[in-house]
Design a protein around this ligand. Structure first.
Ligand SMILES: Nc1ncnc2c1ncn2[C@@H]1O[C@H](COP(=O)(O)OP(=O)(O)O)[C@@H](O)[C@H]1O
Ligand SMILES: [Mg+2]
Length: 413
């Protein structure tokens, strides 16, 4: 049986979904992770310890492992592991986005320069180092703008500023986040870099796809119906199918297809985020991986497959033609974190689950643990899922169910 190496962190939201996918496809699995694993199933070759910071060394570990347990595919379940998956796939001649494309897509500044140099429409942008003087950087910046640390993701540390004073405040806040996190260890010099770019107004949309030998297979367009105007950009609702007019949807897909091709993302999953203002479509980012958190649970494909199955199938070279997102509408709400403190109780769960169209609620931070809102926070509180005939019904159900939840957080101290 072919063997797949699945790479994920101990704290992964996606581990289970990928393991189920591999099991359903009947392949052997090796779980590669950055901590020693204790799994119930300890068949030989079922685990491998690999770190994400030293890609060269971990690639050598994987190549050595593959001489005993030949690998047919390597799949990174999340962002941190994509450089390693790319490098090890290259070393073993396996299907994956090339390392250079992964590096480019993961570095928002490099992505912006490659795309704007090629004539793609792009917001103005420049990069500063946290060691610079923020007052001086602010004086050569246009407003409104968005500050983004290059080393973080999931909207962490992404802050809008409309004036120089706000810029300087945002800067210090980002410095605090970087100093308090382990990001320096994980991303080295990138840790101190901040991308500053024009604020793009408009509605946001995400595109999920798999590039198969250079051809983009679009799996879903997901609208983000909440207006996200900052200063922080908490993700809340995602709805599919998109409610944008067909013509705009075509433009969205066309931008993603051309940007992916230009960056060289040619074999693997992509998750793109864009803003649409009137009919101007602008790319925010395009990541060499699938959607994060537990959001992929809203995507189901006929005949009977999950997103993770399609990704593993692609990595194994199995055909994807014929798979299509189910006809029903679905959506997820990433539960907002009301304030920082200790999570004491989430009341109203039964009432929320009784709302028609609601299919489930998953809390991903245990009671008694600390919750931190954006821009500092780095964990999702939970996910509320809905499915109905139309995206409007899904949206209404998510908002109604959320209103029935009472998230009780005890302030620190
Ligand atoms: N230039 C921009 N204009 C408007 N909003 C932005 C801009 N850049 C980022 N955002 C907002 O911040 C969110 C996070 O930024 P993004 O570039 O996707 O980084 P990441 O998701 O890795 O944190 C986006 O989804 C968007 O809502
Ligand atoms: Mg993003």
């Amino acid at each position: 049986m072919p063997r797949v190496l699945l790479l994920f962190a101990r704290t992964s939201y996606r581990a289970e979904a990928f393991l189920v996918a591999a099991r359903r496809l009947g392949v052997d699995v090796t779980v590669g992770s950055n901590h020693r694993q204790v799994l119930a199933d300890l068949a030989p070759g079922s685990t491998l310890t690999v770190g994400v910071s030293d890609v060269e060394r971990s690639t050598a570990t994987i190549v050595r492992f593959a001489s005993d347990y030949p690998l047919a595919a390597i799949v990174a379940a999340e962002d941190d592991f994509t450089p390693l998956a790319a490098a090890a796939s290259e070393a073993l001649g396996l299907r994956h986005h090339p390392s250079d494309a992964v590096r480019c897509a993961r570095n928002k500044a490099l992505m912006r320069s490659r795309l704007s140099a090629a004539g793609f429409s792009s917001p103005w942008f420049h990069v500063a180092s946290l060691h610079d003087d923020p007052v001086r950087v602010a004086s050569r910046t246009g407003f409104p703008c968005v500050l983004k640390p290059l080393s973080l993701s999931a909207s962490r540390g992404v802050i809008r500023a409309d004036a120089p004073e706000e810029f300087v405040r945002a800067w210090h806040r980002i410095r605090g986040i970087l100093e308090a996190s382990d990001v320096v260890e994980r991303s080295g010099s990138l840790a101190a870099e901040i991308l500053i770019e024009a604020y793009l107004p408009g509605r946001e949309v995400a595109v999920e796809g798999i590039v198969v030998g250079g051809e983009l297979l679009t799996l879903a367009l997901m609208d983000k119906p909440d207006s996200m105007e900052g200063p922080f950009f908490e993700e809340t609702i995602l709805l599919t199918p998109s409610r944008f007019p067909d013509k705009v949807q075509d433009d969205i897909v066309s931008v993603v297809r051309r940007c992916a091709a230009h960056l060289g993302l040619d074999d693997g999953p992509i998750h793109a985020e864009l803003r649409v203002d009137a009919d101007q479509v602008s790319l925010l980012e395009i990541a060499p991986r699938s959607i994060g958190g537990r959001c992929s649970a809203i995507l189901r494909f006929d005949p009977d497959a999950t997103l993770e199955e399609l990704i593993v199938r692609h990595a194994l070279g199995m055909p994807l033609q014929g798979f299509k997102r189910e006809p029903r509408a679905s959506g997820v709400m990433m539960l907002p974190i009301p304030m920082a403190g200790i999570l004491r109780e989430v009341a109203g769960v039964d009432a929320a689950l009784q709302v028609a169209a609601i299919e489930g609620l998953e809390l991903t931070i245990p009671l008694g643990q600390t919750v931190v809102p954006l821009p500092e926070g780095n964990r999702y509180l939970g996910f509320l899922f809905a499915r109905a005939d139309s995206p409007d019904q899904v949206e209404t159900a998510l908002r109604l169910a959320h209103a029935r939840l009472d998230v009780k957080v005890e302030p620190p101290g």
